[in-house]
Ligand binder design. Structure first.
Ligand code: SF4
Length: 413
């Protein structure tokens, strides 16, 4: 892996791999280009593909400049990077030469661990079998494919540029080069029936993929789909239908050997997405590229969500930050509860070590209610939501936060 990278750069930060002392880092790269905008999507991306060569140059400049800034301000130079996620946008538009430049640049200023999980997001309308083979030789070892549905009518509704057949071909091609493959699917489209849902589910299962992400269709404010909702052009499915679909997905995938390890994510043993777990456990993740959000040593930064401004700031010798702020105690606490409940569970011992608060006495009664309602399980000092609980995760989180607040715990909002 990563044979093509220069692993002996003299400019590398002073690295000592002491994994027991310093947790490994994650890296997120945002590639904000798409052939066309899908009308439900609120991720930052533009369709002017002519800017891609410029963007790659500025991205490399940011990696260099941020590495210097990090070396001056933070003590992460003992950490190795064990996950890289190239997301978008449509990163499968990046040619292998540029992927090599990006990975080499990260490896030049930091250290990519030899067992790093390196994911590239791929769109069936912008994927190339030849690229897959080259990506694999460059060290990409996980592909996440935006399938969304195996039904052509649904793909048309979502304004995807690919057909179900193209999605199937992309998966089959990816399977020739990668063991670790994930697909994204969307449920809850207007008019979707149980039979429709079952069709996409069965097709996904038939590929025997190690990882599946299944998202509810969200009418994100500011998207054309949201405008269609407001004007009555589309009619969303009911909450009851949505909950039934969600539980059907969870029950089916769990009965096929998948672990439901986060609200929208299912994995076979050993194939949880390492990179996303870093987000859900509030671990340090460096981020590069327009609109990317990073977290480092209690600070969160976000890059400007605008390619032109991104170019200008870097050109003027600056970092492309929209903001960089230290999280308060309350923010860290709220985030820790919210993110742990939506994924692997809230461990009371870890929480006590981190925040000095004993949740077992404060949440005693609520835990009994959640467990009795089949909304959560409580084992090994960890409160973990069931699929039924995941479906109302926000509601449960707010309830728990209110109880903690009422308990007059010092410093809590
Ligand atoms: S291809 Fe993906 S990132 Fe691009 S507009 Fe569609 S959903 Fe959004």
């Amino acid at each position: 892996m990563l044979k093509a990278l220069d692993r002996k750069s003299s400019k590398k930060l002073e690295i000592t791999l002491r994994f027991n002392e310093v947790p490994p880092l994650g890296v997120y790269i945002h590639f904000p280009f798409c052939k066309r905008k899908c009308h439900y999507c609120d991720f930052y991306s533009i369709t002017n593909l002519q800017e891609i060569p410029n963007y790659i140059n500025f991205l490399l400049l940011e990696i260099h400049r941020r590495s210097q800034s990090i070396a001056e301000q933070f003590s992460v130079n003992n950490s190795a990077i064990n996950s890289i996620f190239i997301g978008g946008g449509t990163p499968s538009l990046i040619n292998p030469q540029n992927i090599e430049k990006i990975l080499s640049s990260i490896n030049k200023y930091f250290v990519i661990s030899s067992d790093a999980e390196i994911t590239l997001e791929c769109n069936p309308a912008a994927s190339d079998a030849k690229f897959f083979a080259e990506y694999a030789t460059l060290g990409i070892n996980r592909i996440s494919i935006g399938v969304q549905s195996f039904i052509d009518d649904e793909l048309r509704f979502l304004q995807r540029l690919h057909s179900a057949a193209e999605a199937r071909t992309t998966i089959e091609t990816a399977q020739k080069y990668f063991n670790n493959i994930s697909i994204d699917l969307i449920f809850g489209l207007p008019g979707q029936t149980f039979a429709d849902l079952q069709k996409s589910l069965s097709q996904a299962i038939a590929f025997e993929l190690p990882h599946i992400s299944y998202y509810a269709l969200i009418y994100e404010q500011g998207t054309p789909l949201h405008n269609d909702l407001l004007s009555g052009k589309v009619l969303p499915i009911s909450d009851e239908e949505s909950a039934d679909f969600y539980l059907q997905i969870s029950n089916t995938l769990r009965s096929c050997g998948y672990e439901h390890y986060e609200i929208s994510n299912f994995a076979r043993l050993g194939f949880r997405c390492r990179h996303n777990i870093k987000y859900w456990t509030c671990s340090d993740t460096l981020a590069f590229g327009a609109s990317a959000v990073g977290m480092l040593d209690g600070f969160r930064y976000k890059n400007v969500p605008d390619v032109s401004k991104y170019f200008t700031l870097l050109n003027e010798g600056n970092l492309p930050d929209e903001f960089c702020e230290k999280l308060t105690f309350d923010e860290r606490l709220t985030e820790s509860i919210f993110l742990s409940l939506r994924s692997l569970g809230l461990n009371f011992q870890d929480f006590h070590e981190q925040f000095g608060i004993d949740l077992s006495t404060i949440l005693n009664k609520e835990i009994e209610i959640l467990v009795a309602s089949n909304l959560a399980e409580f084992e090994n000092k960890t409160l973990k939501l069931t699929p039924k609980g995941y479906y109302i995760c926000d509601e449960i989180t707010l309830r728990l936060l209110k109880i903690i607040e009422k308990a007059n715990v010092q410093n809590i909002r």
